[in-house]
Design a protein around this ligand. Structure first.
Ligand SMILES: O=C(O)CCC(=O)C(=O)O
Ligand SMILES: [Fe+2]
Length: 237
């Protein structure tokens, strides 16, 4: 609790607890409570990875890259993580934030939320509620590594979780995030994207990168170096 500060401008840590898992599950010792779910978690990893591989291929097509598997080939899955999150019950507080505004670090995030809302995404400077999706659907965020790789054409989604605004939200909130990560040694040098309309000016994009601990839009970074820069900015490591 309070350990992670996703919004680095805030003094206090986030009101949540979480547990990270890597695949294969045998790489770590699971707490006893999770052991019976080993197989289910492995299946979840696999299903999320499949979604992300399809999306990575779609991204290469959308960016008009000649090699449609360029991104897929740089994601062997070793650095992917599942994060199980719990936001403890809390009284209504319309002013406060359960998890600070941030962007995720990898390529894509697949997010599952269980019935309690509170997630918001920033669209044109306004926070919009992202309700827990209908059964059988998920929320997907573009994240920082793909934003950087695509030279800022694909925008990493700013999101946050707000404190309970109603009695229905004042209970425990559970969610699971799957973070799809590029390989630690993958070269993240931005792919050349030409004929695509951009949402931001290059100055706006550069400002955003600087806040994320990256000083140049064309830096020669590996997946591992990019992740390190982001973790440093978020956790002050
Ligand atoms: O709990 C949620 O809905 C969002 C979690 C999140 O954004 C994160 O862990 O990066
Ligand atoms: Fe996130």
């Amino acid at each position: 609790m309070n350990e992670e500060k996703l919004d680095t401008n805030k003094d206090e840590g986030d009101k949540k607890e979480s547990f990270y898992i890597a695949t294969p599950l045998s790489r770590q010792r699971l707490p006893a409570i999770l052991e019976p779910y080993t197989e289910a978690l492995e299946e979840l990893f696999k299903a999320c990875r499949e979604v992300c591989m399809t999306l990575l291929e779609a991204a290469a097509v959308a960016l008009k890259m000649s090699d449609h598997r360029y991104f897929v080939d740089r994601h062997n899955g070793y650095d992917d993580r599942l994060r199980l999150l719990h936001y403890p019950p809390s009284p209504i507080n319309v002013e406060a934030i359960r998890a600070g505004a941030h962007t995720d670090y990898g390529s894509f995030t697949v997010l599952f939320q269980r019935d309690v809302s509170g997630l918001q995404v920033l669209v044109d400077d306004r926070w919009i509620d992202v309700e827990p999706p209908a059964r059988g659907t998920v929320v997907v965020n573009v994240a920082d590594a793909l934003e950087f790789w695509s030279e800022g054409v694909l925008c990493s989604a700013q999101h946050r979780v707000v404190m309970p605004r109603t009695q229905n939200e004042a209970v425990s909130r559970f969610s699971i995030a799957f973070f799809c990560q590029p390989d630690a040694h993958a070269d993240l040098t931005p792919v050349k994207v030409t004929s695509i309309r951009r949402k931001r000016t290059s100055a706006q994009y550069l400002d955003e990168l600087k806040r994320k601990g990256i000083n140049s839009a064309s830096a020669e970074l590996t997946g591992g170096q990019h992740l390190q820069a982001r973790l440093q900015a978020s956790y002050g490591l």
